[in-house]
Design a protein around this ligand. Structure first.
Ligand SMILES: Nc1ncnc2c1ncn2[C@@H]1O[C@H](COP(=O)(O)OP(=O)(O)OP(=O)(O)O)[C@@H](O)[C@H]1O
Ligand SMILES: [Mg+2]
Length: 309
């Protein structure tokens, strides 16, 4: 078996969908012809509709990926010092960590700053109510008048995906917009926060294949609308497992991991940028605090806690 086919088999065995395998092989630099030959031999020929994708969409995707020099700062105290220029606009970033590590507060903090910079921000909450989220922000003095918060029932998503009769080979019978109806019609946010994809995955319990298809369509859709997205993922075993299926961390362009590590007598909050495509960043774990005025990262301090990464 040639290299591309061996890798494709390995990824399929790990649970990757054919589409995700296709993307992985392309990213590893395998030529398109070798990738398609390997997938075809494994019974996953190139989907017909992909070949027929209208050129405007392709153009949009390329345009989104190449706003060279377009970086943004989160404004979270100390965090941006971990990056040389900031985070590239238009990408999808996973914010992973176990319960209570500060994922929501980090995102609310960044969103408030981005909104103050004039960006349209949308927070899609699958867990906490709008009132509670606004209260967290008020308690920390974070401006939230200009942002949109919508509460979505994760079971509504799983039911509607179910109703769309997903084909086993990972393609949907409906338009993308119908599948990812969580973004209110008429809104064109620059930044979207989804809290959390873990809650969405849980609503698909027992039908993981449908969740995988949904999440892939969601990533595609987010790419098309050119929004920069933060996807919160609750995980009990970071950094070994960062997302509900593993596909999300592979599809995401950036990964930020937050930890709350048990020391002998106390706990220490730690943050790291695990990956950020298209951006130079520090590759180290640094301490952070949650204070009465928000998240404060200490990029030049050492982490004291020892933990098995
Ligand atoms: N004013 C404050 N000062 C210090 N720590 C605070 C303050 N407010 C909240 N916290 C800490 O932040 C934690 C909650 O953070 P957050 O809600 O962002 O966590 P999370 O990672 O989103 O958790 P979950 O997975 O449960 O949604 C609390 O458990 C508490 O320890
Ligand atoms: Mg949370």
């Amino acid at each position: 078996m040639d290299d591309s086919k061996t890798l494709a088999v390995r990824l399929l065995q790990k649970g990757y969908s054919p589409e995700a395998v296709r993307k992985a092989l392309h990213e590893k630099g395998y030529p398109e012809s070798a990738v398609e030959k390997a997938l075809e031999e494994l019974g996953f020929p190139k989907p017909a509709e992909k070949a027929a994708e209208p050129p405007e969409i392709k153009k949009t995707l390329e345009a989104k990926k190449s706003p060279e020099g377009e970086f943004f700062k989160t404004g979270v105290a100390g965090f941006d010092n971990l990056l040389e220029k900031g985070i590239p606009r238009g990408i999808t970033i996973l914010v992973s960590g176990s319960a209570g590590t500060g994922k929501t507060l980090f995102c609310l903090n960044a969103m408030s700053n981005l909104s103050k910079q004039g960006f349209q921000c949308l927070y899609i909450s699958l867990e906490e109510s709008e009132d509670r989220l606004r209260k967290h922000m008020d308690d920390m003095g974070l401006e939230n008048s200009g942002i949109a918060i919508v509460r979505v029932d994760p079971f509504r998503i799983s039911r509607s995906v179910e109703a769309l009769q997903i084909k086993a080979e990972g393609r949907l019978l409906a338009k993308l917009e119908d599948v990812v109806e969580i973004i209110p019609k008429g809104l064109k946010p620059d930044f979207i926060f989804i809290d959390s994809i873990t809650a969405i995955a849980a609503a698909f319990a027992g039908r993981e294949v449908n969740y995988r298809v949904y999440i892939e369509q969601l990533f595609k859709y987010l790419e098309q609308i050119k929004a920069t997205t933060f996807l919160i993922s609750e995980t009990t075993d970071a950094p070994r497992k960062l997302s509900p299926t593993g596909v999300e961390e592979f599809l995401a362009d950036g990964i930020i991991v937050v930890y709350h590590i048990q020391n002998r007598m106390s706990r220490e909050r730690v943050i790291e940028i695990l990956k950020m495509r298209g951006a130079k960043h520090k590759e180290k774990l640094v301490p952070f605090e949650i204070t009465s005025t928000g998240v404060v990262v200490h990029p030049d301090q050492e982490v004291f806690a020892e933990f098995d990464k």
